[in-house]
Design a protein around this ligand. Structure first.
Ligand code: ZN
Length: 234
């Protein structure tokens, strides 16, 4: 990896994409972020993004220098064609297809197409994203094969080499905490716990040792279990 290169991070304001942003700030000369407003039922994800960016910039003068523009892309069409727990009042569970009802079909493919267009326009070769196959196996658009196919499609379709980095692809949530600790020590872990948002219900009222959330939804349970496992191993 060439440190003089630029990177664009798919940054949702969740824990995983925040770790990816820190990972990119450690490696690339300039790092921009892109977020998607697609009619999420809980826009809290979008409101925590600027604060997380500011907190990361405060962690290191070098990171402040490297952190570039933020792009928010509005994709109303995705909400219009989706019928899932994230965009409408449907209970979170497992649908007849075996996928969580939180799954927006093809969502990440759409995100990558837009992120690729932003990257092209900004002259950026590297995309960084927090997809993880290890403990979100219900989401086929998080799988490594899907990401690799998307990298190839974008590179061919735009006639420019794009590389998609997924540093969390093969690690679990406990290892994600460990990675954050490696990259930015306790101050970065504190940003994760205090500022990031992953709860499917949009709960910012209940603070646990692992961060904010309802504590009951699949995202909260995954995060809580990962935190406990990491703490136990530390
Ligand atoms: Zn929750």
């Amino acid at each position: 990896m060439n440190l003089s290169d630029n990177a664009l991070v798919l940054f949702s304001g969740g824990q995983d994409s925040t770790v990816c942003l820190a990972w990119a700030l450690q490696r690339f000369a300039r790092v921009e972020t892109v977020g998607f407003d697609y009619g999420q039922r809980h826009a809290v994800e979008l409101t925590v993004r600027p604060r997380i960016r500011e907190r990361l910039a405060q962690l290191s003068p070098q990171w402040r220098e490297r952190l570039g523009d933020d792009h928010v892309v509005k994709i109303d069409a995705l909400a219009a064609i989706s019928d899932t727990a994230l965009t409408r009042e449907i209970a979170i569970g497992i649908s007849a297809s075996g996928l969580p009802t939180t799954f927006v079909p093809g969502r990440n493919l759409v995100f990558f197409a837009f992120a690729g267009a932003v990257a092209y326009r900004r002259g950026t070769r590297h995309l960084v994203a927090g997809m993880c196959e290890t403990d979100c196996s219900g989401y086929p658009d998080c799988r490594d094969d899907t990401i690799k196919a998307m990298q190839l499609a974008l590179s061919l379709g735009m006639d420019r080499r794009l590389v998609i980095h997924t540093p969390l692809m093969w690690i679990d949530k406990a290892a994600t905490f460990a990675l954050a600790q490696d990259i930015g020590g306790a101050p970065l872990v504190d940003v994760l716990l205090a500022e990031t948002h992953t709860c499917y219900l949009g709960d910012r009222e209940h603070r646990h040792d692992w961060g904010f959330g309802c504590g009951e939804c699949p995202a909260c349970r995954l995060r809580a279990e990962g935190f406990a496992k990491w703490k136990k191993a530390a």
